[in-house]
Design a binder for this molecule. Structure first.
Ligand code: GAR
Length: 211
């Protein structure tokens, strides 16, 4: 099984979904470490309750020195023999150096159908834009934010009476489905990147940007 670290900043519901999926005997990855940049991130307790080792690298201790913060995280990951990294509500931008060290080995989940709605407040922006469909994306991390090769997407239909909260809740359910599924494919070495796009078992992942 591939040794996976999940990086979180908050409640960690996606982390919990990955932990649950990884309990299946035939799941090809094990969550061996949960790393947070905030000491009281709620997800840390969930991880501990599941018997998973936790670590905190507090970004505030590094001031403006993002490179030093990233090096400290990298050292923790290496010390745990981590093979794959999953960002799950991890709200820090990463340096190109760190991203390069985990090239095609670091996944992120984003609460929108990328390339639409990169960045924050995705649900509010989808509603403001009167989007008919919305959703979530799992992608490999590249230095540019929310821009890496797409591994998997899941869509939800936007309802007329949706609020930010109701839409977020439906998208979050999709997140909890696609993140474990995407990690499974990556851990099975079935995902390759060519020309900036993912292939699964040799078949190109549909990507709205390519149409
Ligand atoms: C999730 O919706 C995730 O997609 C989003 O933060 C939430 C974290 O929730 N990530 C981003 O916005 C990344 N920029 P969780 O801690 O319950 O998984």
């Amino acid at each position: 099984k591939k040794r996976v670290a999940v990086l979180i900043s908050g409640r960690g519901s996606n982390m919990a979904a990955l932990i649950e999926a990884a309990k299946a005997p035939d799941y090809p990855a094990e969550i061996v470490l949960v790393l947070a940049n905030i000491a009281d991130a709620g997800g840390l307790e969930t991880a501990r309750n599941n018997g998973i080792e936790t670590a905190v690298v507090d970004h505030k201790a590094f001031g403006k020195d993002r490179a030093a913060f990233d090096r400290a995280m990298h050292d923790v990951l290496v010390a745990h023999n981590i093979e794959l990294v999953c960002l799950a509500g991890f709200m820090r931008l990463l340096t190109p150096q760190f991203v390069a060290q985990w090239n095609e080995r670091m996944l992120n989940i984003h609460p929108a159908l990328l390339p639409a709605f990169k960045g924050l407040d995705t649900h509010k922006r989808a509603l403001d834009a009167k989007a008919k469909v919305h959703g979530a994306t799992v992608h490999f991390v590249v230095p540019e934010m929310d821009a890496g090769p797409i591994i998997m997407q899941g869509a939800v239909v936007v309802r007329d009476d949706d609020t930010e909260a109701t839409l977020a809740a439906r998208v979050l359910k999709v997140e909890h489905t696609i993140y474990p599924a995407a990690l499974k494919l990556v851990a099975e070495d079935r995902v390759k990147v060519a020309d900036g796009r993912c292939l699964i078992d040799g078949v190109a992942v549909p990507d709205a940007d390519a149409l």
